[in-house]
Ligand binder design. Structure first.
Ligand SMILES: [Zn+2]
Length: 437
């Protein structure tokens, strides 16, 4: 295949991806407008007309913005490739007396900075205009700037050694370099998973132990009952940045910390918080976290294999505007192009993750003795987050990692009904048995 053919194949894939994403976004926007005054039964009584109108406005605003941002960002990428900008940048660094590894690192850094700069107006507009207008934003310009600087320092501190290590493997580790590099990177990632809650999370948020009281006692009782071993319950000051609420666990291994966003603690009832935690514990107890980690490691292995096949393929470099082959060029090239090859497979990942959500929801029903807590929590989260209550089915099928709240509420209630029906049947069977022969 010659470089021009490769370039046009990539261009066709980019166009197909953008057309597909735009089609879904437009279908979704039209669907939301058409159903703007409806309140689905799952939300009846909980969501009033005013909140519904705000959620429609928020969905439309985010949808249009997302569509525009994605087209501009992909357009800039295509421009950077087709004008030969990447190759020029690479040549500029090649002229400096840096040595191959530092030349590569400087090039990757420059490309990252360009891409960050191109995205900056969008992230500023999203945070300080859209999120602010719907009163979700709590981030001050100072917090935003500090977050950016800390993020940059961290990516230099962590990313630079990783990058140099990768260059070394590609350069020196023989034909099976990609297997060694994969093993080293996986080990590094596992160590980072351990370090994150201990060292890195604190750079961005404050974690205070949940104060003694009824909520804490009930959480500990729930954890004991569900055989979940915890190292402590912490409240995170998420409200510093946003009003969106959540809960999560951190730490690998059998003992974990429970982290509750302060936004969750302040808006939900105890029963709802317990249900959300039971759901999260369900992800742990059903090994979803471990299975997802295993799957992502398998994908990383496949990724390294593809990388090893692409490295010696000379026309690929020229297709993306590079004058010469290099380790850093192939990394940047794959980072740019990989998404256009994998986008048709996204629904498989979403299907997989939605199955886990249903399973964790059923676990929460079993763990809290009913569906009310979980249903209440989901409805409240949708209401407070101005979630789109009526997504287009194709849009949610492709994009959503969680089933829609209406789907989850229906499944939760159906599960609770079959559970109580079978409990009743067992009870009546137990009553009837003495008269049987
Ligand atoms: Zn979940």
């Amino acid at each position: 295949m010659n470089p021009r053919a490769i370039f046009f194949l990539w261009l066709a894939l980019v166009a197909a991806e953008q057309a597909w994403l735009a089609l879904l976004a437009l279908l979704n926007l039209r669907h939301v407008r058409r159903h703007a005054t409806e309140i689905p039964t799952a939300f009846a009584g909980a969501v009033d007309a005013g909140t519904r109108a705000r959620s429609v406005a928020y969905t439309l605003e985010r949808g249009r913005f997302g569509l525009f941002a994605s087209l501009v960002s992909e357009g800039l990428t295509v421009a950077a490739v087709s004008t030969g900008f990447l190759g020029l940048l690479d040549d500029a660094f090649a002229g400096l007396p840096l040595g191959a590894y530092l030349w590569g690192a400087a090039f990757v850094l420059a490309v990252s900075i360009c891409s960050w700069l191109a995205n900056l107006p969008f992230s500023l507009y999203f945070t300080f205009s859209i999120e602010a207008r719907f009163s979700f934003n709590r981030t001050t310009p100072k917090t935003f700037a500090l977050d950016t600087l800390k993020g940059l320092a961290l990516s230099l501190l962590i990313g630079l050694p990783v990058l140099l290590g990768l260059f070394w493997f590609m350069d020196r580790a023989g034909t099976l370099w990609w297997v060694w590099a994969f093993l080293a990177l996986t080990a590094f990632e596992l160590v980072m998973n351990l370090l994150y809650p201990l060292a890195i999370a604190h750079l961005f948020n404050r974690f205070t132990p949940l104060e003694d009281g009824r909520l804490r006692d009930r959480i500990l009782e729930l954890a004991r009952r569900l055989a979940f071993r915890t190292k402590g319950i912490f409240v995170m000051d998420a409200s510093r940045r946003s009003r969106h609420g959540n809960a999560y666990f951190t730490g690998l291994g059998p003992v974990k910390r429970i982290v509750l966003f302060d936004t969750l603690v302040s808006t939900m009832s105890e029963a709802e918080i317990l249900a959300v935690l039971a759901h999260e514990i369900g992800h742990e107890r059903r090994h979803h976290v471990r299975k997802s980690l295993a799957l992502s490691i398998a994908f990383a292995f496949a990724g390294f294999w593809v990388l090893s096949l692409a490295v010696p393929w000379a026309p690929l470099y020229r297709a993306f505007g590079f004058a010469q082959a290099s380790s850093h060029a192939i990394l940047v090239l794959l980072a740019i192009a990989a998404g256009s090859f994998t986008f048709p497979f996204k629904p498989l990942a979403s299907l997989w993750s939605r199955r886990y959500e249903y399973e964790a929801d059923r676990f929460a029903v079993d763990g809290t003795g009913g569906a009310q807590g979980m249903v209440g929590a989901l409805v409240r989260l949708s209401k407070d987050n101005l979630t789109n209550l009526t997504p287009h089915p194709l849009y949610s099928f492709y994009h959503y990692t969680h089933p829609t709240v209406a789907e989850r509420v229906a499944a939760l209630e159906a599960y609770a009904r079959t559970k109580s029906a079978s409990a009743n049947a067992e009870a009546s069977q137990a009553n009837a048995s003495p008269t049987r022969p």
